[in-house]
Design a protein around this ligand. Structure first.
Ligand SMILES: Cc1cc2nc3c(=O)[nH]c(=O)nc-3n(C[C@H](O)[C@H](O)[C@H](O)COP(=O)(O)O)c2cc1C
Length: 337
């Protein structure tokens, strides 16, 4: 067993968080991760024209009924994310109304925007809720440090949306650990026990993994998505333009046709126009991918796909990651003479 500030703070067995992976569903995945002793996260979904607030409530209840142990949810709080305030209220309401959820829905991870509005709401209405926010640079981490209970330091090699600054995990994590006071979870590029041991050596309290957890039996992503990850090499991803900024995807026909990356200023200008038709068209591409059409839309994936070579159960992933990290940490102590 590996005990850290994270396992203690969240009451989980292993210092591993399953990364949020909206707009796709990670409901079954979250239940499996929680049942295996790590922290499952219900994603912020918005596919097939469904109401994200209603879906979040259903998904949270499903995980509660189908697992034992603590879990969390993700709320993306980017400027474009008009449903974020409602989702924040929903989490507060669910925890207030339902004693089981107050006990088990322990964490909210906010991302892709300003942590101040959610932090203010949570402090005022539910101070016991644990609030982490994703930080892609030291500058962002210092802000999170003053507002939230923990920092998810996420480097550029990770899957999905990335910052314009593009700082990599091996630089980001140690500098954030040194300069911030709150617990730091390392994220971006982790897929095995070597990574977990390295993150702990860098001073992190645990890791958050996305890509690795997609290629598991319980994950509800399409089999084509899982197999695409398994057959891809570390060099098979590319960063291109996403809805909220740069995004790391697997190379396919879609990325061949979408090579352009906007500057931050151009992106803000586009957001101000709120081109709804373009947004709906983008959303449909995510739906195609979720249904298994992995050449025709954005297949979000980290460079860690290079180290993902099988599709085992969630439990197997978590147990072998922890076991490998334990062996490495024991062995590495012997280097000091
Ligand atoms: C399919 C996919 C969807 C993602 N969606 C979200 C999201 O909705 N919210 C979020 O905070 N991060 C999202 N991310 C980023 C992950 O939470 C995490 O930072 C990333 O997966 C870490 O890198 P790794 O894939 O190498 O583990 C997504 C990543 C992937 C692969």
């Amino acid at each position: 067993m590996i005990k850290t500030k994270l396992t203690e703070m969240l009451g989980i067995k292993h210092p591993i968080i399953q990364a949020p992976m909206g707009p796709f569903y990670t409901t079954k995945l979250a239940a499996a991760v929680t049942n295996a002793g790590a922290l499952g996260i219900v994603s912020h979904t918005n596919l097939f024209g469904k109401d994200p607030v209603k879906e979040m409530e259903e998904n949270v209840k499903w995980v509660a009924e189908n697992s034992e142990g603590p879990f969390g949810v993700n709320i993306r709080v980017a400027r474009l994310q008009i449903d974020a305030p409602e989702l924040i209220k929903l989490v507060i309401r669910l925890r207030k109304e339902n004693p089981e959820l107050r006990e088990r829905l322990k964490v909210v991870i906010t991302s892709a925007g300003n942590p101040r509005p959610p932090a203010t709401e949570f402090k005022a209405h539910d101070p016991e809720l644990i609030h982490f926010h994703v930080a892609p640079t030291l500058y962002h981490a210092l802000k999170v440090d003053s507002l939230c209970d923990g920092i998810i330091a996420t480097g550029y090699e990770g899957g999905g949306h990335q910052s314009y600054e593009g700082v990599n995990t091996s630089v980001l994590v140690p500098e954030v650990v040194e300069k911030c006071k709150k617990p730091v979870v390392a994220c971006g590029g982790f897929f095995n026990g070597r990574g977990l041991a390295a993150a702990l050596a860098m001073g992190a309290v645990g890791i958050q993994m996305g890509t690795r957890f997609i290629a598991t039996r319980e994950c509800e992503f399409h089999q084509n998505y899982k197999e695409f990850i398994v057959r891809s090499k570390d060099s098979d991803t590319v960063v291109t333009q996403g809805m909220l900024g740069p995004i790391r995807l697997l190379k396919n026909k879609y990325t061949e046709e979408h090579k352009e990356i906007l500057t931050k200023e151009e992106k803000i200008e586009l957001e101000q126009k709120l081109d709804l038709e373009k947004l709906i068209e983008d959303q449909k591409k995510y739906e195609l991918v979720y249904q298994g059409e992995v050449e025709r839309g954005p297949v979000l994936c980290g460079e860690s796909c290079g180290g993902v070579n099988d599709i085992p159960t969630v439990k197997e992933i978590i147990e072998r990651t922890v076991k490998e990290a334990e062996e490495i940490l024991r062995g590495i102590g012997k280097l000091v003479v």
